[in-house]
Design a protein around this ligand. Structure first.
Ligand SMILES: [Zn+2]
Ligand SMILES: [Zn+2]
Ligand SMILES: [Zn+2]
Length: 139
């Protein structure tokens, strides 16, 4: 996924390419993985975008509903990321809250298809997090 593809997706969903939308996409692309809503907001502020709470909430909802960005709630905190070309899962440290990417040898695609069929459910995405302690936090 590059910037232009994502902008095109937004247009295809009937969305306007506002400065705020572009800002959110650029910040999440640069991060390349999950970013908390608080950090996203502070980075927007740094790039002189200061949306109010309801505006940012509406924007994130639009982008999430159109699968332009993915939302993930980890330990009660909302995180967002751009779907990567390389599908991945996350290691979440319960102590320092560091999140790192991890790829599975078996990408769960087979199971996903089976589950979709069995439940007559149209699966769009899945997330899988591993919780524990990172190297630094293991005593
Ligand atoms: Zn990620
Ligand atoms: Zn840690
Ligand atoms: Zn997966």
């Amino acid at each position: 996924m590059n910037k232009e593809n994502i902008y095109q997706n937004i247009r295809n969903q009937g969305g306007r390419l506002t400065r705020l939308r572009k800002g959110i996409v650029q910040i999440l692309l640069a991060e390349d993985c999950l970013l908390s809503s608080a950090k996203l907001l502070s980075r927007l502020n740094k790039s002189n975008l200061t949306p109010n709470r309801s505006t940012i909430f509406r924007e994130l909802l639009f982008l999430t509903n159109n699968q332009i960005i993915l939302k993930n709630n980890i330990s009660g905190v909302d995180y967002y990321e751009i779907p990567c070309d390389k599908h991945h899962h996350h290691l979440v440290c319960l102590k320092c809250h560091a999140i790192s990417k991890v790829e599975l040898a078996d990408q769960l695609q087979k199971q996903e298809k089976k589950i979709a069929k069995q439940n007559k459910f149209k699966v769009i995405n899945h997330s899988l997090e591993f919780y524990g302690y990172c190297r630094k936090c293991q005593v």
